[in-house]
Write a protein that binds this ligand. Structure first.
Ligand code: ATP
Length: 247
């Protein structure tokens, strides 16, 4: 059997040497998969993603235990920019666009780590505009003046400019209208199917995430409470009862 693209083994994340955000989480993402990380507020989804992206140190956090293996290499203590160079790219909660740059300038910042030729850069932009026609329309607009949905698209598009194999996405639906959220998830699915990009996404909207993902992990108080194929989990009565708000 081929090795998983990402293997997280029993990680523990502690902030300020006191707050246990992730007690023990193990998960795996196979190449070509969309994997959902579900759970209520404070369950540890963001901290898990940040640990994988090498970002907990920046928040006075520490990966206390466990191991993160990406593309066959132990990257538990690899710097974020090196992970990006290796194709592991994160889109953090809150989108973080450069408000004063145009949409296109924002996208170009994503390619910085690769230093592609001018022609390759143009090609990459066109490829991203195919998936996000809205961004093409708004490419000369300052990102700060675009809508929340467009800013989320900019953040995802910028991550794609780094030519990722795996994108970590934190709450892509946060604060957005259902119609735009669906548009974004349709684009993620197309990117997954047509470009082979894998996604690990943290989502509070479990119904939506289960619909678009292959596998899912349900976090509770920093532990994996349940995991399995998304179709199986979505069909389970107890999952609906206890985790999906009876919906
Ligand atoms: P949310 O959807 O609200 O982001 P989450 O499932 O992503 O929730 P985390 O953000 O990982 O959960 O938070 C897990 C726990 O760690 C919470 O108790 C939170 O208050 C705490 N926490 C998260 N980030 C920090 C930080 N930088 N410093 C201290 N505690 C933190």
């Amino acid at each position: 059997m081929s090795q998983p693209l990402l293997q997280v083994e029993g990680i523990q994340v502690v902030y300020n040497q006191a707050i246990l955000a992730v007690a023990s989480v193990s998960l795996q993402v196979d190449a070509g998969q969309i994997v959902a990380l579900l759970g209520a507020n404070g369950a540890g989804k963001s901290s898990t993603l940040k640990a994988i992206a090498g970002l907990v140190n920046a928040e006075r956090g520490c990966l206390q235990q466990g191991r993160i293996v990406y593309a066959g290499q132990d990257v538990s203590h690899t710097a974020p920019h090196e992970l990006v160079q290796q194709g592991l790219v994160q889109v953090l909660e809150g989108r973080h666009c450069f408000a004063h740059l145009t949409v296109e300038e924002n996208l170009l910042t994503g390619a910085f780590v690769r230093k592609p030729s001018r022609a390759a850069l143009q090609q990459d932009l066109e490829r991203i505009y195919q998936y996000f026609p809205r961004l093409k329309e708004r490419r000369r607009s300052q990102a700060g003046y675009t809508s929340g949905g467009e800013q989320q698209m900019v953040a995802i598009g910028r991550a794609l400019m780094a030519a990722p194999r795996l994108v970590l996405l934190d709450e892509p639906s946060m604060g957005l209208a259902p119609k735009i959220v669906e548009e974004i998830f349709e684009i993620l699915q197309a990117l997954n199917q047509q470009e082979g990009v894998s996604f690990l996404l943290a989502e509070q909207n479990a119904n939506l995430a289960l619909h678009y993902s292959h596998q899912a992990y349900l976090l509770e108080n920093g532990h994996v409470a349940l995991s399995g194929s998304s179709a199986e989990l979505a069909a389970r009565e107890d999952v609906h009862q206890f985790y999906l708000g009876g919906s």
